[in-house]
Design a protein around this ligand. Structure first.
Ligand code: 2AM
Length: 177
């Protein structure tokens, strides 16, 4: 059988940002129960491809290298919860134009290359807790600033310890002058 991978494009936090996001996840877990994301799994998804033949990675790499995105600062100043799947997440209250443009460019290139994507609108979020028992307090969180200078292609692998995310490609975003 042809090998397959579960793939998605994402923003991957640097070490200081992932530590701060993980601290936020632990605080939410203390408040609302559920299961905090492990530090090494915390990310923001740009485009979810799902189950894909492994041979497509080469084409995905070529496509990602064509993306002409700009670096940006992301202010993670909002915490939200989704009742339907009991996810607690953090995200920006204002989506930076460079992030919207990056997600849009990537999506357009993926669709043009024949990759099937879901129709739902891009809603940038970092999942912090799953299976939460309650919604978090309304209080705004301490501001967390993430300097985004690259995006990645990730393979999601399952093991006894849970999901493991392997970064299989990284592309820089242009520094604005
Ligand atoms: P989530 O954090 O809201 O669950 C890997 O599964 C990543 O892809 C997660 O960040 C997940 O978002 C996102 N994703 C987007 N669409 C998905 C889908 N249809 N199935 C699974 N994960 C999806």
């Amino acid at each position: 059988m042809e090998p397959r991978l579960r793939l998605f494009f994402a923003l991957w936090p640097d070490s200081a940002t992932s530590a701060a996001l993980h601290a936020r996840a632990r605080a939410l877990h203390t408040e609302c129960g559920g299961r905090a994301m492990r530090r090494d799994t915390i990310h923001l998804t740009l485009a979810f491809l799902g189950d894909t033949p492994a041979r497509e990675v080469q084409r995905l790499r070529a496509l990602a290298a064509q993306v002409d995105g700009e670096s940006f600062a992301l202010a993670l100043d909002h915490v939200g919860s989704w009742k339907r799947n009991r996810v607690l997440w953090t995200g920006p209250s204002i989506v930076p134009p460079a992030l919207a443009a990056l997600a849009q460019d990537l999506e357009a290139r993926l669709r043009a290359a024949g990759f099937a994507l879901e129709e739902r609108a891009f809603s940038p979020h970092v999942t912090l807790v799953r299976n939460a028992r309650a919604a978090p307090a309304e209080a705004p969180p301490a501001p967390l600033r993430w300097s985004v200078a690259s995006f990645v292609l990730v393979a999601s692998e399952r093991s006894a310890a849970g999901a493991h995310y392997r970064v299989i490609g990284r592309w820089p975003l242009q520094q604005r002058v």
